[in-house]
Design a protein around this ligand. Structure first.
Ligand SMILES: [Zn+2]
Length: 281
């Protein structure tokens, strides 16, 4: 039987089971080579759209913000994603400062899903003047008003059950001539065989929605945006020409976002089974 929650929220297509994993499976399990949390008594089932490839779990659909704060974004969250606190925001700040260069002091930047706001804090030290942060789980910050030339959302998309509402919000925050810069790891080429066994499908991190190039562009194009992927995990989108696009396109620095220590997916990638790696990173 197909229920509404089992339809693809991106394209309305028919979905089929993509397997199931323990709620306590974390992304750090992959990088550390061993489980970071004990096996729980909850199983999280994933589904995948036969049309656009979007993969998701409806497991979190009824969760309140308080549920997420208590069970996912709690004191142990850093164990599920060790680079979250310092390493990733520092890496992102260095990348953005390098790419934006002499435009940094004049750019209006909103970091959506900013965690504790460290990236913008570091960018301020490097010359950013107009920086704003928003994160419902890590600071008491209301959704910012106004629009921004650069809206960043690093490792946000895969955490949000209502993808339509998320992309409405993100696109509304972009100023005319501005752009979105998103990171979310696209599904690997072998997703059809590994499904929920993919390392990035980790409920303890709050990872619940995973895109293909097609599903990501479907959401953005429905809102008048064109998307260009700079890598398997870094994507930029704009409505028509945007002043900053070329800077990102011409940047020589490769950016690894989801993984640790700038190396992309973890140490087991080199000697572990390739079927659990990202395949296309
Ligand atoms: Zn779909």
């Amino acid at each position: 039987m197909t229920t509404p929650t089992n339809c693809c929220s991106v394209c309305g297509g028919v979905t089929t089971s993509a397997g199931a994993v323990d709620f306590n499976k974390s992304g750090a399990d992959w990088f550390e080579g061993e489980r970071q949390f004990p096996v729980s008594d909850e199983v999280v089932a994933f589904r995948r759209c036969g049309a656009c490839g979007f993969m998701f779990t409806p497991f979190f659909n009824d969760w309140s913000e308080a549920d997420f704060k208590a069970r996912v974004y709690n004191a142990d969250y850093v164990l599920a994603d060790p680079p979250f606190l310092v390493e990733r925001p520092s890496r992102l700040a260095a990348y953005l400062a390098d790419v934006l260069g002499d435009a940094l002091p004049e750019v209006s930047l909103l970091d959506f899903g900013a965690g504790e706001g460290r990236m913008v804090e570091e960018l301020r030290g490097l010359g950013l003047v107009h920086g704003t942060v928003y994160d419902p789980y890590h600071a008491e910050s209301p959704l910012p008003e106004g629009r921004h030339e650069l809206v960043t959302a690093f490792e946000v998309v895969e955490h949000v059950p209502d993808q339509g509402a998320l992309f409405d919000q993100l696109c509304d925050l972009v100023a005319p001539g501005g752009m979105l810069l998103l990171s979310t790891l696209l599904q690997p080429v072998d997703i059809g065989s590994i499904g929920a066994g993919w390392w990035y499908a980790c409920p303890r991190n709050g990872h619940l929605a995973f895109h293909t190039a097609e599903s990501l562009s479907t959401l953005l194009e429905a809102r008048g945006f064109t998307v260009v992927s700079l890598s398997a995990e870094l994507h930029m989108a704009s409505k028509g020409p945007a002043r900053l696009l070329r800077r990102f396109q011409e940047a020589e620095q490769a950016l690894a976002v989801s993984g640790s220590q700038g190396s992309g997916p973890g140490p087991r990638r080199a000697d572990g089974p390739t079927s659990t790696g990202t395949g296309d990173a």
